[in-house]
Design a protein around this ligand. Sequence first.
Ligand SMILES: [Zn+2]
Length: 339
Amino acid sequence: MRKLIINSLLSAGLAILFLAGVKPLQAHADNVIVCIDPGHGGEDQGASYSGYDEKDLDFKIATAMYEELSQYEGITVYMTRYGDDTLSLKQRAQIAAGYGAEFLYSIHINACDDHKMFGSEVWISAYGNHYAKGRSFGEIAENELESTVGVYSKGVKTKLSGNGKQDYYGIIRHARSNGVTGCIIEHCYMDNDHDIGYAFNDDILVQMGKADATSVAKYYGLKSTTLGKDYSGYKRAVYEAPKAPVRQDDTPPEYVNIELMEYNAAESTAKLHVWGKDSQTKIIYYNYSSDGGATWSPLHGWTAETEGYLTIPVSGPDVVIALYNRYCGGTESNHVILY
Ligand SMILES: [Zn+2]
């Protein structure tokens, strides 16, 4: 029965490949098998912004990833969809399992209700070996996107559902129940000025797909004669499978403090010494207000570990800063009064 399902899935995949004019590689016994999942598709357009549908952007990244990764030796690459098909999350996981894939990479571009966030993030399973492998891959992928494309890294994250008993994201949950390690790569935000230059640029989307392919090649230590790349000596981080699921950080940074270093009235700027702490997750964003918290600046990347110095433009006397962690929990600082 299982074999039959695999065969019919394979032939369905082959039929689609044939129609799309894409030639699949032959699987070898010693091959790694992976599956790329272009997010959304068909009736599900994903996020929409400024006339763009996420499903189309996801497909461009995924296709570039597929084409690049297929040129490495020792790996067979499939996609969950080769056209604009409507698929449930469960079907995607079943397709990956049917191909015998070890990893399922679900390719997405982000958006959020308040349009404030920017950057890339990788979501992984909170459980056991799926967590260990997901984290190792996710860290490579985040690093690769940041170093080659320049996207701000929000990090590798887990998220459990409300009852805390399973992975929150369906594609990761269904992958796990099918014995596949699933992850979601959110490449950038399509609804924030900081990232629109990435999301709506076809060349950048291709670069992102190639960066993802390089991450997989690094993770598995692959080489490609065609591409002239050899990652067989690459040492990836290896993590132990956690005994308990790795929970998300539900709490904001513990504290944020600011101290005025200098107020420049002529230039309307304030230099601040800022320090804050979140012992669970990294702090990744800051913003500021000079009207006592009534209005706030856009978010900026916070790259200092625990403390740093900021020079901010001010339009009022009452200055307050907020720092946000990877899960966007934010904490406001004390206020300093400039004049
Ligand atoms: Zn999406």
